[in-house]
Design a protein around this ligand. Structure first.
Ligand SMILES: [Zn+2]
Length: 245
């Protein structure tokens, strides 16, 4: 999952800084502006004080599957009207006016949905909602016009969630948290070590299959490793290509 943290500046229109006390729903949206990019939507939210429109979301998923994290989960975003206090809001970009999501955007939404459902202990089948379910607004348009596609999305997240948490699964999943003192072995033929968490950061070294790395801290499937000169004096690799020793 390629999450780019790029928080909005605090302002009363799109990031008031109000704390939220609970998360019981994940609310899904479409941006409505066909072909617009995730960063363009993020910047529109950030410019809210200029156009005086109260709008924002916690995440925006772009046309290339990139995910911009723009309001901290613990704060209110102005996404889903009366549901804002208890939901995390996600906007999704789309290539045309039908509002149908492309495969990259859809797959990223499934991954983000799995991650949020796991962390907040939610059931995708009952705890994922559309903007439409709160206000009857036609959003996300394709999932309002095609209820089966909405049901399929929830089922796709649910089956991936269950698949990833099955006991005795062959790979040990990395969880967010401290791994100092632990080591892992590289399972990919070649593994890029990057300057920070994400494929958008530059490659600062390459590892090969069987190499051993000293672990540091895992966040959203990216783990820092010791002995590199990236951000904070560490290197960063994706956990899909490591096995804990
Ligand atoms: Zn919406």
């Amino acid at each position: 999952m390629n999450i780019i943290t790029n928080f909005l500046d605090k302002n009363k229109y799109s990031r008031p800084g109000t704390k939220r006390s609970k998360t019981t729903k994940i609310a899904w949206h479409y941006v409505g502006n066909a072909r617009s990019s995730a960063i363009a939507n993020r910047n529109y939210f950030n410019n809210a004080p200029k156009h005086k429109t109260s709008a924002s979301s916690h995440y925006i998923i772009g046309l290339n599957g990139e995910i911009i994290y723009c309001v901290p989960e613990g704060e209110i975003a102005y996404t889903t009207n009366s549901a804002n206090s208890y939901s995390i809001g996600i906007e999704m970009c789309h290539p045309d006016s039908s509002g149908k999501f492309n495969t990259l955007t859809y797959n990223a939404a499934v991954e983000l949905g799995v991650d949020l459902a796991r962390r907040y202990k939610l059931n995708p089948l009952t705890d994922f909602i559309r903007h439409y379910d709160v206000t009857k607004k036609c959003c996300p348009k394709y999932w309002v016009d095609n209820k089966n596609a909405w049901e399929k999305f929830k089922k796709d997240v649910n089956s991936k969630l269950k698949g990833n948490t099955t006991q005795g699964s062959s790979t040990t999943r990395f969880k967010n948290g401290d791994y100092t003192g632990k080591k892992a072995r590289v399972t990919a033929d070649v593994l890029n070590v990057r300057y920070d968490r994400g494929t958008n950061y530059k490659v600062i070294a390459k590892l090969k299959k069987g190499d051993i790395v000293k672990l540091n801290y895992c966040l959203n499937e990216w783990i820092s490793i010791e002995g590199y000169k990236g951000n904070k004096g560490l290197g960063y690799v994706h956990t899909d290509y490591l096995e804990i020793m």
